[in-house]
Design a protein around this ligand. Structure first.
Ligand code: PMP
Length: 432
């Protein structure tokens, strides 16, 4: 039972049979609610800022399909465009003019991206970018940060965040040691650790990949000078800087975290928002590097459904909507109200907490903080988070079911939704 006040009979029935059919009853781990100790909700439909479960309960949604739903779910313009594209077919497996449109929009939005390749997920984008980093530099090692998640490819399942953090797996069985021996890790926001890795592995490191604002260990912003420092260190060592903007792209700002913080990576990965809720990913960057990708160059990477017209259409419409003036100001305004409100309520009700937001991305840790890296994030009171999560769910607020995930708002969230959320948080935190 999830709670006494929420009727979740159908969710429970459906999840019980799902467990017989699919490992853990889900298609992706965090959805199983394991880290909040509950039974997952099975959903039926979404609209705007809201999500309804199969028992008819309505929630204000701060997950937004883990980021893509930045314009609000099922925006009428996106749905209309999808219908029109659908009539012409779902996949050609061949060039389609819509790819040019989205590619141009991405290239215009993100100055460091001169060429782009579309794939089907963030994982695929990160796998490909890693191969490209090695192909271009002729070096096999890569530096990633503890708690940063770059999809589930073998090389990245070392001190990864997201579901790996949630499940407490340091890495995964089935990942050969020989593969991860080339993955070097450093604490986030620690330039000295990065410098030391370069000193210990001269001319062997292809580059540094990072979430420019972390969302997969909870919400952790970069310290002042961290991103700039990485740019300098990579350049000094003939290595590449790669921003994984699968989550932050078109969310932190239209041009992503790199626009917000004024840094120029060599390569960038994207996903989520650029697919407008359909499966998509992309990687792009300097023309000389991207020219190595097949068939322009020798680095092989391919995909049956890559660049399919439906995903391209949803992405194009979503980016068009985001271009409207005031988008990021509005996201910042409502999300600041939410994040500040949650912290204030935690303080008034006597809980250690810290957190923050940038644009429509936010987080709250149940620890006094400050949180600069994954080790700090792990000091959070996870039991308390679980109780908070459940209490909010019972009051019609759907938060990410893990302390180690960022939250997302959308253009469809209203001031009233935020007020309701804060009122619920006050009730729940008063009784934690
Ligand atoms: N990189 C980052 C920063 C992500 O947040 C995610 C997914 N949450 C991924 C990569 C993997 O993307 P996907 O789930 O689409 O494979």
């Amino acid at each position: 039972m999830i709670s006494t006040s929420l009727n979740t009979t159908k969710s429970e029935e459906i999840f019980a049979s799902a467990q017989q059919l699919m490992p853990g009853g889900v298609s992706s781990p965090v959805r199983a609610f394991k880290s909040v100790g509950g039974q997952p909700i099975v959903f039926d439909r979404v609209k705007g800022a809201y999500i309804w479960d199969v028992d008819g309960n309505q929630y204000i949604d701060y997950v937004g399909s883990w980021g893509p739903a930045i314009c609000g779910h099922t925006h009428p313009d996106v749905i209309k465009a999808l219908h029109e594209t659908l009539e012409k077919g779902t996949s050609f497996g061949a060039p389609c003019a819509l790819e040019n449109v989205l590619a141009e929009m991405v290239i215009d939005a993100v100055p460091s991206i001169e060429m782009v390749r579309f794939v089907n997920s963030g994982t695929e984008a990160c796998m490909a970018v890693l191969r490209l980093m090695r192909a271009f530099t002729g070096r096999d090692k890569v530096i990633k940060f503890e708690g940063c998640y770059h999809g589930h490819a073998d090389m990245f399942l070392v001190k990864a965040g997201s579901g790996v953090a949630t499940l407490g797996l340091p890495d995964s069985p089935g990942v050969p040691k020989s593969t991860t021996s080339n993955t070097l890790t450093a604490p986030y926001n620690d330039l000295e650790a990065v410098k030391a890795l370069f000193a210990e592995n001269p001319d062997q490191i292809s580059g540094v990949i990072l979430e420019p604002v972390v969302g997969n260990a909870g919400f952790i912003p970069p310290d002042a000078g961290f991103l700039e420092g990485l740019r300098v260190i990579t350049q000094e060592n003939g290595a590449l800087l790669v921003c994984d903007e699968v989550m932050t792209g078109f969310r932190i700002a239209y041009g992503g975290a790199q626009e917000k913080f004024g840094i120029t990576p060599d390569l960038t990965t994207l996903g989520k928002i650029i697919g407008g809720g359909l499966p998509v990913g992309a990687y792009g960057g300097r023309r000389d590097i991207m020219s190595m990708v097949a068939p322009a160059g020798p680095m092989y990477q391919a995909g049956t459904l890559s660049g399919n017209p439906l995903a391209m259409t949803a992405g194009i419409k979503t980016l068009e909507l985001l271009q409207k003036p005031g988008t990021y100001e509005y996201l910042d305004q409502i999300t600041k109200k939410l994040a500040d409100g949650l912290l204030q309520i935690a303080k008034e009700t006597g809980h250690d907490a810290c957190g923050g937001q940038i644009s429509g991305m936010f987080g709250l840790f149940f620890t006094a903080g400050p949180v600069h890296n994954y080790e700090d994030a792990k000091k959070s009171d996870l039991q308390k988070f679980s109780r908070f999560h459940r209490g909010m769910l019972e009051r019609g607020i759907y938060l990410a079911p893990s302390q180690f995930e960022a939250g997302f708002t959308s253009l469809a969230h209203t001031e009233e939704d935020i007020d309701k959320t804060l009122a619920a948080a006050r009730e729940v935190m008063s009784s934690l």
